[in-house]
Design a protein. Structure first.
Length: 218
């Protein structure tokens, strides 16, 4: 059962691995919107490779598939990056990077979304397995949400808060969207050993959904 659910995520993620992890496009856009009935938005801006400071940044492996899987299974809203347009939505506010974030804002406004989780991948050598970035609480409307998120996600592994990936730069998806919509925005970093091990990834997803519904009820 576990391997079957993990395989669904792998299959959903396959499109993001095309063309050497640069993805592909058929309509000129470098993102894909997913509509859901639950007003929570998941984002995967690094689901394919991107360009930062004239250097190729590797994709955050599996993050596109994770977002799609959770949106399909739990009826959430989502946005994923579908091909490398030589930009980085989490690092630049100019086009085409801004198009990704502005499309998310349009969905937030039209669907009355209150929470956005920007999903990223990180290496295993940072001393944590999951990092929660909130810009020291400035990307949230209620700082109590930090403790709730930390306590809940600790069921999955070692959690750090606002240590390395703080989402404090104005160009980050979380900071940019909070400033323009005033919704609660979290940046979530997931290490390789959680993303790549089927049992651990599915446990993380179960715990993450638990967190979403706790926060949604506040």
């Amino acid at each position: 059962m576990l391997s079957g659910e993990f395989e669904k995520i792998v299959l959903l993620n396959r499109k993001y691995t095309l063309c050497d992890n640069n993805g592909k496009t058929s309509d000129g856009k470098n993102f894909r919107m997913i509509k859901g009935n639950i007003p929570v938005l998941l984002s995967a801006p690094h689901s394919v490779r991107c360009m930062r400071n004239n250097m190729i940044k590797p994709s955050d492996r599996m993050t596109g598939g994770i977002v799609e899987y959770m949106c399909q299974k739990y009826d959430l809203c989502g946005i994923t990056r579908t091909f490398n347009n030589n930009d980085d939505p989490n690092h630049y506010n100019t086009s085409p990077s801004s198009e990704y974030k502005n499309a998310a804002i349009d969905l937030i406004n039209s669907d009355n979304i209150r929470f956005m989780f920007d999903i990223h991948g990180c290496n295993d050598d940072h001393g944590f397995e999951i990092e929660i970035g909130t810009n020291s609480g400035k990307n949230l409307n209620n700082k109590e949400f930090i403790e709730i998120a930390e306590d809940t996600l600790s069921e999955t592994g070692i959690v750090s808060v606002d240590t390395l990936f703080r989402a404090s730069a104005p160009e980050t998806v979380s900071h940019y969207i909070h400033e323009r919509t005033n919704i609660n925005c979290f940046q979530i970093e997931i290490c390789h050993t959680v993303r790549d091990v089927p049992e651990r990834l599915l446990h993380f997803i179960d715990t993450f959904i638990k967190l979403i519904f706790i926060l949604k009820g506040r």
